[in-house]
Design a protein around this ligand. Structure first.
Ligand SMILES: C[S@@+](CC[C@H](N)C(=O)[O-])C[C@H]1O[C@@H](n2cnc3c(N)ncnc32)[C@H](O)[C@@H]1O
Length: 292
């Protein structure tokens, strides 16, 4: 999932060039995003001195990548402030460039780790958090790095408005199933789910990964959830590998989700070897079963 840079791309130079659209210290604006950025155009990425007025809502695109979804969303709703957050400097350089070219006054990118998102916002400051194609981190030992782990969802509760929502889109059915479990553990109410979001919401802005994965035949699984009553006794869920959410019969898997290509390839190989071994031992080519 590492982006290759074009030949003459110098990261530091790009970050410098688009510094007006990339905020490296978002914690300085916690609690005053809607006012501080209205209208954008001050000396810092976040807008500098407060203008007269405020944005109607502040929404966060968490793990925004190169920012296509953030910028297109901002273009469609000029009275909403769209903040894109990503921990990858290369993504920030691309996203900053996109924001600069757009000429929009309601989009800023935050170079920040999503696991520290609560430092960047005051309680209840966000009306929505988008998680578009979050990195799946499929292995069990990486489970806590998933941005939909229940411990993260508990953090998002603090910065979401009481009627705020979380929207997930992913090509990964395993990550989608995992997220539904984690949402329940963190006391969220699921408002809707979709197992084919491109068909159900054809006019939604698309993200870079959505475009790319759809071209590979991906279906998009999506949901929206809102924080319900806080669980009285929350404890982190057990760490689970996403392989546990794959169908038993891999033949049924007509699309391999992002990040699980090697796992599925290994599992299919192992099954093929076991099958071949079993059939060698049986003394007949097919063991009486239909094989094709
Ligand atoms: C698969 S990409 C999807 C990017 C974009 N949302 C899209 O749909 O095109 C996942 C992105 O999440 C970012 N990411 C992963 N973990 C993160 C974290 N803890 N904090 C911030 N960004 C993170 C990665 O750097 C990457 O850009």
């Amino acid at each position: 999932m590492h982006a290759r840079t074009p030949k003459h791309f110098v990261l530091e130079e790009r970050l410098e060039r688009y510094a007006d659209f990339i905020e490296p210290a978002p914690q300085d604006y916690a609690g005053r995003w809607a006012e501080a950025c209205y209208p954008l155009g001050g000396t810092s990425a976040a807008g500098g001195a407060a203008g007269a007025g405020r944005f109607r809502e502040v929404r966060l695109d968490l793990g925004c990548g190169k920012g296509a979804f953030t910028v297109e969303s901002a273009r469609r709703e000029p009275d909403v402030l769209f903040l894109g957050m990503d921990g990858e400097p290369l993504c920030m350089a691309y996203a900053g460039g996109l924001a600069a070219k757009s000429g929009l006054k309601n989009v800023v990118f935050l170079a920040w780790d999503g696991h520290r998102v609560t430092e960047a916002f005051a309680p209840g400051e966000l009306s929505r958090i988008y998680l578009n194609f979050p990195t799946p981190f499929p292995r069990k030992r990486q489970a806590r790095r998933r941005l939909t782990d229940a411990t993260c969802l508990m953090e998002y509760r603090r910065i979401l408005a009481p009627d705020g929502t979380l929207r997930l889109k992913t090509d990964s059915h395993p990550l989608y199933l995992f997220t539904l479990e984690e949402l329940a553990a963190a006391g969220y109410q699921v408002l809707w789910t979709s197992e084919d979001a491109r068909a159900d919401f054809p006019n939604d802005p698309t993200s870079g990964y959505e475009e790319r994965l759809a071209a590979n035949g991906a279906k998009v699984f999506a949901l929206e959830a809102t924080p319900g009553p806080e669980p009285a006794h929350f404890s982190p869920t057990p760490q689970r590998g996403l392989v546990e959410y794959l169908p038993q019969d891999l033949e049924k898997l007509d699309y391999v989700p992002l990040g699980m290509e090697a796992t599925v390839w290994n599992m299919r190989n192992r099954e093929a070897k076991l099958w071949a071994k079993g059939h060698k031992g049986s003394g007949s080519a097919s063991g009486g079963e239909k094989i094709c």
